[in-house]
Design a protein around this ligand. Sequence first.
Ligand code: UGA
Length: 442
Amino acid sequence: MTLRISVIGIGYLGAVHAASMAELGHEVIGLDVDRDRVAALQAGHAPFHEPGFDELLQRGLDSGRLRFTSDYAELADADVHFLGLGTPQLADGMGADLGHLRSAIASLTEVLPARGGAPTLVVGKSTVPAGTSRELAATLEQVDGARLMWNPEFLREGFAVQDTLVPDRLVYGVPSGDEQDERVAMLDAVYAPILERGVTRLVMGYEAAELVKASANAFLATKISFINAVAEMCEATGADVTDVSRALGMDDRIGAKFLRAGLGFGGGCLPKDIRAFLASAEDHGVGDALGFLREVDAVNGRRRTRMVALAEETLGGLEGRRITVLGAAFKPDSDDVRDSPALEVASRLRAAGARVTVTDPEALRTAQRRIPGLCTVPDTQDALRDAELVLLLTEWREYRDLDPVATADLVASPRIIDGRAVLDPQAWREAGWEFRALGRPD
Ligand code: UGA
């Protein structure tokens, strides 16, 4: 069944969702107040790097089932509205800013009465503190026929299209009561092709759905900080964290994923989401329950500090020293530099007087926007030339595959610090490098 769908907020999450819904056969209109973004998407230009997205966008546009607008009036006849708006960190550095969501709901309440009470489903996808859906529903549901569900999104950058079309599970947050079945059936109709592939959907209350998402990201962040805390112990005792992590991961109960030690987590989600989760727990009077997330954040921050200290120690001072940083994105296969550990280290080294050159296959434009004046060199070989120290901070494949022998010929002094524990220490040492790594013995 083809449904008329709108996606409000076509940032990363919303744009991928809109194009994916068109791929499923629906008629989709994406809305954003940012007219440049609307124009770019309408012209088939993805405003971010995401494998597979350009093709998906183009297919949607070519099919005539996908278009973009800035005008709420054009959404009036949609049966289902998805909310893909961001919930950035508040200026207090902790809680989530719900301003964009609240204003989208306010705009919807102006256009929805034109449907004359016909059933209209509004589906939140953003990461929000528990209690948000209930608050938004109280406003929205004053419009005859309008109903809210919360359906958190779990996509990962770099795998966004695959994660949207073949998710691990679908979570539906909906209050129990008379209309629950009706709402669930409507969202099932949207996701029918996904459900037919055997994907499980779980129906639960609003708060549980909100908490699934907050706790998933908190768990992932905790797992990363756990292994990075172990890495600190490895550094203190002379153990190699990759040995520990590999053996730990073979226990099925623990699992190998998200157990890679290194410079820690960044991006637009994990760092802000753990802080918002903690702030929300405090608001609910149970801050102690999630107090460990403060430690998770602290362990994560200490890895960046340790990397700067290692660079300084290796060079015997930073002032005027030529350092090449491999990687600017917060993780490989992304051009996103929000809270990027690599970029923060680069910027701290610059502040300490080092001459830093940053290279990255995709993220140099976004990096320069974030740090004006940053010295960036697109070609890896050019960037490495004459370096006194190389730091591998984002583990793009081409950096993992660097040949230590050929690379030694490019640099001024063969010294490298592997911030992601992905290089083979023996191979680099045999090629004459002074090789150091986070969590591994010198
Ligand atoms: C994260 C979650 O993984 C998604 O499930 C979630 O939907 C998304 O946030 C969101 O809330 O929108 P993402 O931010 O794309 O996705 O990135 P991740 O793949 O989770 O990586 C986060 C950071 O952890 C990266 O900086 C990565 O380098 C780091 N990381 C990851 C490690 O340091 N070690 C690991 O073992 C794994």
